[in-house]
Write a protein of this length. Structure first.
Length: 254
């Protein structure tokens, strides 16, 4: 049953969660130390410890309730995005995560944050909420709100229980940057439909190869000509699939 649930998770989300779990296991078994995983600009630049650019997004702390809480939100909202507005657009979803990670890496030297996995999760929560603005949710059964307010509700709750607001705020800010560039800017008259964020063809090809290897005969729909317009239509003219998925999960949770 667990195996069926695991392989039912879409590929990017499944890979990310697996890497996070494997990293935490390695730390629990003392095969790795969190001190070798966190973002350290000096170690990256002077000692060429380039793996820190990746590992700081993979460690959410030791096993415990806090770890399970983070994994729940990661699986839930990453999956909703990948199966919703990014359905059949695996490369675009991966590019969104890479874009978010790149922006966070650029600002990391100026703030005192060592691990950005939670910020990346919050970015996904923000983008999902903005693209599902009619989905109604409830918080602990106390009050109801629509999906765009979810990041702010979670941020407020986190601050109330004594956590720092910086990590979550970074995720919201980066999520808004992506949402503006991908969903808002192309609709502005000055943009003339031009998209600033375009998934590299190489990334699309690599995703197609990886998925084809996992599922023989699978066709991701990799397009050589005219795929920018098709992808823009998929991104800007959202169908109701992601709303239906989101509504089902939210209502089921209540």
């Amino acid at each position: 049953m667990i195996e069926a649930w695991f392989f039912d998770i879409p590929p990017v989300t499944r890979t990310y969660v697996t890497l996070c779990f494997a990293t935490t296991c390695a730390c629990a078994l003392e095969l790795l130390s969190p001190l070798s995983l966190y973002f350290n600009a000096r170690a990256i630049c002077t000692r060429m410890q380039l793996w820190r650019l990746v590992t700081n997004f993979l460690y959410f702390g030791p096993f415990g309730l806090d770890f399970l809480f983070h994994m729940f939100f990661l699986v839930r909202y990453s999956r909703l995005l990948e199966e919703g507005s990014f359905r059949m657009r695996t490369a675009d979803f991966l590019f969104m995560l890479l874009f978010g990670a790149a922006v966070m890496t650029l600002i990391a030297p100026f703030i005192n944050i060592q691990f950005f996995g939670s910020s990346l999760t919050f970015m996904m929560v923000y983008v999902w909420g903005r693209r599902n603005d009619s989905v109604r949710m409830s918080f602990l059964g106390l009050f109801q709100f629509t999906a765009p307010y979810l990041p702010w509700v979670l941020l407020s709750f986190s601050v109330l229980i004594g956590n720092t607001y910086i990590v979550d705020t970074i995720g919201i800010a980066v999520g808004h940057i992506y949402y503006f560039l991908e969903d808002i800017y192309p609709l502005m008259p000055a943009a003339s439909g031009r998209r600033l964020l375009k998934t590299p063809r190489l990334l699309e090809y690599l995703c197609q190869v990886a998925l084809s290897a996992q599922q023989p005969g699978f066709d991701l729909g990799f397009r050589i000509e005219g795929d920018d317009d098709a992808r823009a239509g998929a991104g800007l003219q959202r169908d109701d699939l992601d709303r239906a998925i989101g509504r089902g999960v939210v209502d089921g949770a209540r």
